[in-house]
Ligand binder design. Structure first.
Ligand SMILES: Nc1ncnc2c1ncn2[C@@H]1O[C@H](COP(=O)(O)OP(=O)(O)OP(=O)(O)O)[C@@H](O)[C@H]1O
Length: 203
């Protein structure tokens, strides 16, 4: 069966975005759920009216977007607020994700970049294959520090919040072990998946 919907996931710094870019270079259409989550809470974003109604004007920044620091404080102090926030954001992210995938057309190969695919559980029904990018925590740390200049503790805190590598690998149809690979070797592996999945002739 030709694969038309690929869920791409991996821990922070594993190389997901790099793999997503390589799949796009092969012809895939990327649906970036993190970018969608950010955009709906920017000034004029579709989540803003509901966020203001639920949490008040204190979570709106001067430009009209979500004041993330204020929102974090509310969520930190009130466990129910996190559930309310997610009940507003998740359906909107889901709808926008589906809209972008539908807009790509039935024959497009759509790659959903979903950092928390394994954690959220609802993706299995949406995608034909789950592709996991895996790397050791040591490498994740090194890459994020080099790329973003984060403190090691900040990277470790994010890793601790994400699913363990073993759980992610267990949910995978295929794993790219992005450890000691040159970017060209990584690109070669991605081309291999593209040949096997996207180009198979029957649907
Ligand atoms: N095989 C590789 N060789 C060298 N550098 C790599 C390799 N894979 C990824 N990188 C680099 O590591 C950094 C992290 O990769 P990338 O941004 O793709 O990870 P990510 O999983 O999308 O991270 P995040 O979850 O933070 O968005 C980037 O600067 C990227 O260029």
């Amino acid at each position: 069966m030709a694969v038309r919907r690929i869920g791409l996931t991996g821990g922070i710094g594993s190389g997901k975005s790099t793999v997503a870019g390589l799949l796009v270079a092969q012809g895939a259409v990327l649906v970036d759920t993190d970018a969608i989550a950010r955009s709906i809470a920017l000034p004029g974003g579709i989540a803003m009216p509901a966020l203001e109604a639920a949490f008040g004007p204190g979570v709106i920044d001067p430009a009209g977007g979500l004041d993330r620091a204020a929102m974090r404080q509310i969520v930190f102090a009130d466990a129910g607020a996190k559930a309310r926030l997610e009940s507003i954001l998740h359906p909107l992210i889901g709808a926008e994700t589906q809209r972008q995938a539908a807009a790509a057309g039935e024959d497009a190969v759509v790659v959903f970049d979903v950092p928390l695919l394994v954690e959220s559980g609802r993706w299995r029904a949406i995608v034909d294959r789950v592709l996991v990018v895996d790397a050791t925590e040591e490498t994740q740390l090194k890459r994020v520090i080099a790329r973003s200049g984060w403190a090691p503790e900040a990277v470790k805190a994010v890793i601790a919040q994400q699913a363990p590598r073993r759980a992610r690998r267990a949910a995978a149809d295929a794993v790219i072990y992005n450890e000691s690979l040159t970017l060209e070797e990584l690109a070669q592996q991605v081309r291999g998946f593209w040949e096997r999945w996207a180009k198979s002739s029957t649907r």
